[in-house]
Design a protein around this ligand. Structure first.
Ligand code: MN
Length: 130
């Protein structure tokens, strides 16, 4: 199973974080799709399901906690591993994210040395790579 050509949808409203994650993961060989709101991201995921979703928790409009529930309740998207991407490092935050339906949790600032490995692990655990 190869994960090298997997498509990753990044839902992030902060342009610098979106750019950084995109650059790192494109350099690692992934195809990236971008969305800047939960509504845009969920619509993209439904239309063209990616292999992995990285989603910010704090988004304009619908937040990541609500949006992951849309994803996990929809037969078109519920199988897609989805990781929370967030600067929130408060106690209980990861647990809240997992309860909401996230499969993984990536803290910001993004660790440029480990992001692609974390993503490979998230993809590898699901068998959903192309
Ligand atoms: Mn945000």
């Amino acid at each position: 199973m190869s994960t090298r050509h997997a498509t990753i949808l990044i839902i992030e409203d902060n342009p610098l974080n979106l750019e950084l994650a995109t650059d790192l993961l494109e350099a690692a060989g992934y195809t990236i799709r971008q969305a800047r709101s939960a509504e845009e991201g969920v619509a993209l995921a439904r239309a063209e399901p990616p292999d992995l979703i990285l989603m910010d928790l704090r988004l304009p409009g619908t937040d990541g906690y609500a949006a992951v529930k849309w994803l996990k309740q929809d037969p078109r998207t519920k199988h897609i591993p989805t990781a929370a991407l967030t600067a929130q490092a408060m106690t209980g935050d990861e647990e809240r994210a997992r309860e909401a339906g996230f499969d993984g949790y990536i803290t910001k600032p993004i660790d440029t040395r480990t992001l692609s490995q974390t993503v490979a692990r998230l993809l590898g655990g699901t068998g959903s790579a192309p």
